[in-house]
Ligand binder design. Structure first.
Ligand code: COD
Ligand code: ZN
Ligand code: ZN
Length: 375
């Protein structure tokens, strides 16, 4: 029996309070309104940013259904939707692409004006919610809310992907993989034969390594204080790995010396102010490009000597690897299907959705790279 046009009752992980576990609840998911899409989620990854909300580091109104790295199948569409239809495989987009705002029209930028990440309203674009639980409205998260069997998103926040794609793998293209890979190929624009340094070898840092390799970098130097991360980094393309704790001088100086005057491209994929400065200073002083990928702790800032930039270094950052989401996600999925890059090495754990709290414990303990929850 078709569920189109009806309220769907299903399971979702609701966060009622900060710093508390998720509670698996029965929620009601309203049908999509005009220009909205209801999706049956098949697989969702657990990303550090979801945990940043639980810990109170990233603002989101409560109660909320988190989750923003997923893949699923369209269940029904609202009036006026033309880019997806029921049965299509899709990836929800935590940064939408409306195609109409100044940012979407600019060739180089991707942080669409309609992104909830700009205002943390916790609603769809029309300012309302489609979830209720125990009679209360439940907020959306980044326009995606994928920790639910069914979710509703705006049409600008969903991309149709190859019908043959394995959803339990390509869900990573919804956030972590694309953020890292795009930072290398799209934001830094790593060049063939160049020398790169990647600070932080978690799932996102490893995706930067994959991007540097795909771009043809000659040397890719991984930097991490946990040497257990080195084997996988080397498997994915790092040519050398170093631990700052093994040296008695600043790591930027070590890198400067190892590379005869600095790397061509550096990436900070940890989210710390000190490593952002090290990453900037380890790059060549007249043409080096340093990309900030990690989000720094709330309300912290740096004081900088502008001389670090005066001779020609570039310091930049971007969200979601700088990708225009609705245009790029289907292409990234096609590239994965064409074996241009792997996703399997990033997935260390696959668990049923009901084990979501254990998945977050694994993330916090540093034992997992990515946990994928399946429904
Ligand atoms: N020096 C070197 N390495 C370090 C240091 C240090 N001082 N401290 C920690 N590390 C290493 C850790 O050992 C670990 O291997 C790595 O850094 C960090 O990895 P993870 O597994 O904790 O994190 P990732 O790779 O999943 O994500 C890292 C980000 C910084 C990208 C993430 O935390 C983040 O800020 N994400 C937000 C970026 C974004 O675009 N958000 C929007 C939606 S997600
Ligand atoms: Zn994420
Ligand atoms: Zn836009």
């Amino acid at each position: 029996m078709s569920t189109a046009g009806k309220v769907i009752k299903c399971k979702a992980a609701v966060l009622w309070e900060y710093k508390k576990p998720f509670s698996i609840e029965e929620v009601e998911v309203a049908p999509p309104k005009a220009y909205e899409v209801r999706i049956k989620i098949v697989a969702t990854g657990i990303c550090r940013s979801d945990d940043h909300v639980v810990s109170g580091n990233l603002h989101s109104p409560l109660p909320v259904i988190l989750g923003h790295e997923a893949a699923g199948i369209v269940e029904s569409i609202g009036e006026g939707v033309t880019t997806v239809k029921p049965g299509d495989k899709v990836i929800p987009l935590f940064i939408p692409q409306c195609g109409k705002c100044r940012i979407c029209k600019h060739p180089e930028s991707n942080f669409c004006m309609k992104a909830d990440l700009r205002k943390y309203q916790g609603t769809l674009v029309d300012g309302t919610c489609r979830f209720t639980c125990r009679g209360k409205p439940i907020h959306h998260f980044l326009g995606t809310s994928t920790f639910s069997e069914y979710t509703v998103v705006d049409e600008i926040s969903v991309a149709k992907i190859d019908a043959a794609s394995p959803l339990e793998k390509v869900c990573l293209i919804g956030c972590g993989f694309s953020t890292g890979y795009g930072s290398a190929v799209n934001v830094g624009k790593v060049t063939r034969g160049s020398i790169c340094a990647v600070f932080g070898l978690g799932g996102v840092g490893l995706s930067v390594v994959i991007g540097c390799k795909a771009a043809g970098a000659a040397r890719i130097i991984g930097v991490d204080i946990n040497k257990d991360k080195f084997a996988k980094a080397k498997e994915l393309g790092a040519t050398e790995c170093i631990n700052p704790q093994d040296y008695d001088k600043p790591i930027n100086q070590v890198l400067y010396e190892m590379t005869d005057g600095g790397v061509d491209f550096s990436f900070e994929v940890i989210g710390r102010l000190d490593t952002m400065v090290s990453a900037l200073l380890c790059c060549q002083d007249s043409h080096g490009v340093s990309v900030i990928v990690g989000v720094p702790p709330n309300a912290q800032s740096l004081s900088m000597n502008p001389m670090a930039l005066l001779a020609g270094r570039t310091w930049k950052g971007a969200l979601f690897g700088g990708y225009k989401s609705k245009d790029s996600v289907p292409k990234l999925v096609a590239d994965f299907m064409a074996k241009k890059f792997p996703l399997e090495p990033l997935i260390t754990n696959v668990s049923p959705f009901a084990k979501i709290n254990e998945g977050f414990d694994l993330l916090r303990s540093g034992k997992s790279i990515r946990t994928v929850l399946t429904f």
